[in-house]
Design a protein around this ligand. Sequence first.
Ligand SMILES: NC(=O)C1=CN([C@@H]2O[C@H](COP(=O)(O)OP(=O)(O)OC[C@H]3O[C@@H](n4cnc5c(N)ncnc54)[C@H](O)[C@@H]3O)[C@@H](O)[C@H]2O)[C@@H](O)CC1
Ligand SMILES: Nc1ncnc2c1ncn2[C@@H]1O[C@H](COP(=O)(O)OP(=O)(O)O)[C@@H](O)[C@H]1O
Ligand SMILES: [K+]
Length: 503
Amino acid sequence: MYIVTAEEMYEIDRYAIEKGGIEGKVLMENAGSQVAQQIIQSYDNNQKVAIVVGSGNNGGDGFVIARYLAEYSYDISVFQLVADHKIKGDAAFHKALWLNTSDKLVHVTDSHQLKQRLVDCDIVIDAILGIGVSGAIREPIRSMIDAINHLPVEKISVDIPSGLPANDGLEVDLAIHADQTYIIEAPKETAFCEKTSIYYGKWETVKIGISQMAYAKHASKQRWCIKNVRATFPKREKYAHKGSNGRGLVIGGQQTMPGAIVLAARAALRSGAGLVTVATIKENLPIVSSSCIEATYHLLPNLTDRLTDRDLEAFEKIDAITFGMGIGRDDSQLLSDLIEKLDKPLLIDADGLYHAKPLLETLLQHKAPIVVTPHYGEMAMLTNKTVPEVKRSPFSISRQFAEKYQVYVVLKGKHTIITAPNGEQIVSDQGNAGLAKGGTGDVLTGILLTMIMQHEELLPALANGCYLHGTSADYLVEDNHTERDLLATDVIEGLSQVFRTLS
Ligand SMILES: NC(=O)C1=CN([C@@H]2O[C@H](COP(=O)(O)OP(=O)(O)OC[C@H]3O[C@@H](n4cnc5c(N)ncnc54)[C@H](O)[C@@H]3O)[C@@H](O)[C@H]2O)[C@@H](O)CC1
Ligand SMILES: Nc1ncnc2c1ncn2[C@@H]1O[C@H](COP(=O)(O)OP(=O)(O)O)[C@@H](O)[C@H]1O
Ligand SMILES: [K+]
């Protein structure tokens, strides 16, 4: 499933009209009828329904919905919130069709009137503003949206809650707090941002007949689901051997933080890596090696000095490296050496991201791919922004960072956004609040290490890793665990259940 900005959606609509030959009126008919079908399936027809329409094509969808719901015997009233002359084009066409079959259209000019009209309704269908909204919401629509928000009725938004922008990065002025949103065709960026997803309530998409070709041409973001995983997940070769399944290196673990590297190493092995070597200080060896007996160990004299020839020789056969879990924030030469001297795919996580910040310009020199996996706080640190700024623009900030430094970015959160150096993006929205606990990020890192070694292409590799991690947590919470008690180690054990669903 694609995720779009407003501009991309307009391009996609245009493509469907100009290249696909589907008239705008037909797209609107499809949009309204599909939303109406969803409503018919979910809401009884003994309810009193008010459809509030604005001036644009979103309002046009509202007229189509009215026509279909009336056919199914819902008690429908349409309230037009703008002057007649503002309704033009396809919307005017569908308004005329509604008036051919019904006289239930009332022109409402202020919020006081609207409140009186809506007071005995059960459902309000919000077709006031769609993705064409711009700037601060103007009166009288402003007071009308506010009035609807205060009514104790079920609020169903068409395409997008009115007033909410489609794109990330814009401040929300005022918007309908929907209980349910039926999104036309493709979810918009704001459905996946922490500050704005709440306005949508529950949401689902309806299809209106636009071809995938239009998306392939004009959309650059996808929501990753099991279908994508099945299509891209590598098969395990019958004659595989441990060398062919990837040799991963995990570097990290101060004396006070040995757990992080154990979690990463165990997660990498559980995800199918052939061999995992943990490079850490000797003080960690007893605890780390007894917690992960399947890994091998490489002792570093400390975590700050340059790599020795002996280290480099030992890492020669490694296929990919992950650096940073529990490594601490003291000055260290390790990361710059890894960037300069080892041309292997390199994943930088946790404290490693603090080491990466002064080296960002040098990342461009690394020939093999680099992946950074910050949570929102770490992303704010890397970009000199505040956490609220990152939360407002997670798509744009990730894309700018990935393009500027030519790295892959995995911005971790409820909706994890994965960005390739060319700006292509994937959202993994699997997982639950059980993952909001120390150590789960280290598990993700281990899984990603294996995925990087086993896939041809990195973007699906990272998306598949995030899918495995989140889905493991989802299955565990469905079965034996809850969001409270879930531990990072459980997520590792849960992976086998996810793998079983992939073939
Ligand atoms: N072919 C298409 O383009 C299709 C569009 N569809 C619907 O059309 C919508 C987009 O249509 P439009 O581009 O007409 O956009 P809108 O329906 O969002 O309407 C934009 C109009 O709203 C008013 N407006 C914008 N910002 C405002 C503000 N801050 N305060 C008060 N009024 C404001 C202006 O009069 C503006 O022209 C989609 O969200 C979707 O619901 C669907 O019918 C499917 C097909
Ligand atoms: N509320 C949530 N819903 C879904 N996933 C979450 C949630 N909170 C955290 N996660 C996931 O859990 C992981 C946490 O990573 P991170 O913050 O780096 O943890 P740590 O550094 O303690 O290991 C990320 O993969 C993130 O996407
Ligand atoms: K709307």
